[in-house]
Design a protein around this ligand. Structure first.
Ligand SMILES: Cc1ncc(COP(=O)(O)O)c(C=O)c1O
Length: 369
């Protein structure tokens, strides 16, 4: 019988995610599956909490991976922190800001948004003007907008939000493990990420952390969290405390993968890993200039791990991306929404962020352009 898995070839993942998985992580996934209440597994869960606290820059007790991809982390933050008619502000400049708006509207919140043109950052001045004389319960922003390659300066925006009563929620799906995050110093109340970007794991878990202020909101809700699977008040009983009450069966081998990913980053030193992303980005930039290509985003707000390159006039997006994948076994991303057909998105995330990969991509691109 034909086994479809035999047809999976090695492809270099240089798109917006998933990124290539490192060998140490592949070998962690193949370890024996043990029970989700096995003391050894609980030891690994506790270690992951401590590892995530380091990478997120927080002491938050409730720091755990949610079973599911990055969108599950997004949904976790909003279903736990929003009640019907809460006033919510989404700072949006791409697909994932747009997804936040959709999720919050489905929860019955009064959603307002500050919409910046795609490819441009949301600045502190824009936020200052928008929130003057308003009273939001929650304000959310994407740190690294994967759809455009923009880094929103959350460290500058944070003090403005901290001066209000609003909970501050940050999407760190693409930034965690690639950019510095100081959750406590920046007064972030809820943060979520994903395993398949700079952590270089397969997709499947979404690290989430809640501050005491976020926990207070959760514990004092007037209504039940409207989603059973993502209700943090129940999940927290499994991830911490003495009881370790069963909620759902943890995806054991994905948890091994996350443990290994965090172990590798912390052992290398997170600062070294962040610099590795910057170095790869600068190397890519040199190659881009050699081919007379241009980046979409202005220098100050460029992400190192996601580079949106303008497609030159006269070049058809798919006539390059298709042979790149089928002949050269390299995946890059296309543009989304208004940027479809106008940009390529090149990911330099985690294990992918190596000069030899950039060389391989540009040798292939050169022959295609
Ligand atoms: C910034 C951002 N937020 C949220 C998500 C959603 O994550 P997932 O596709 O893993 O559900 C993504 C995925 O690319 C992302 O880049």
């Amino acid at each position: 019988m034909n086994n479809l898995l035999d047809g999976i070839n090695e492809t270099l993942l240089m798109g917006p995610g998933p990124s290539s998985v490192s060998p140490t992580i592949y070998s962690s996934i193949s370890k024996t599956t043990i029970g989700h209440l096995d003391p050894k597994f609980i030891e690994i869960m506790d270690a992951i909490k401590a590892q995530l606290q380091i990478l997120m820059g927080t002491q938050n007790e409730l720091t755990i991976p949610i079973s599911g991809t990055g969108s599950a982390g997004m949904e976790t933050c909003f279903v736990n922190l929003i009640e019907k008619n809460d006033n919510v502000l989404i700072l949006s400049n791409g697909v994932f800001g747009g997804r936040m708006i959709d999720v919050c509207q489905r929860l019955g919140a009064n959603v307002d948004s500050l919409n910046q043109k795609w490819g441009h950052a949301i600045t502190a001045d824009m936020v200052k003007e928008k929130i003057a004389n308003t009273n939001f319960d929650l304000i959310a922003i994407v740190h690294a907008e994967t759809s455009t390659g923009v880094r929103n300066p959350i460290e500058d925006i944070a003090p403005l939000i901290n001066a209000t009563n609003a909970l501050f929620v940050v999407d760190a799906v693409t930034s965690l493990g690639g950019l510095e995050i100081q959750m406590d110093d920046w007064g972030i109340d809820a943060l979520y990420s994903g395993t398949q970007k700079c952590l270089s794991c397969p997709p499947g878990l979404s690290p989430v952390s809640f501050s005491q202020k976020a926990l207070d909101k959760l514990m004092n809700r007037k209504t039940k969290v409207p989603n059973w699977y993502l209700d943090l008040s129940m999940i927290a009983n499994y991830w911490s405390g003495k009881q370790r009450a069963y909620h759902h069966t943890a995806p054991i081998n994905m948890v091994y993968a996350l443990y290994q990913a965090l172990y590798d980053i912390i052992e290398q030193n997170p600062k070294t890993v962040f610099q590795k992303h910057v170095d790869a980005h600068l190397y890519l930039l040199k190659k881009i200039e050699q081919l007379n290509l241009e980046l979409l985003v202005e220098e100050k707000y460029r992400l190192p791990m996601l580079n949106a390159i303008k497609i030159p006039h006269g070049i058809n997006d798919m006539e390059v991306r298709e042979p790149l994948l089928n002949q050269y076994k390299i995946e890059i991303g296309g543009g989304l929404g208004d940027l479809a057909g106008h940009v390529w998105r090149i990911g330099l995330m985690g294990y992918t962020a190596q000069n030899k990969n950039i060389d391989r991509l540009f040798t292939s691109l050169k022959s295609l352009l």
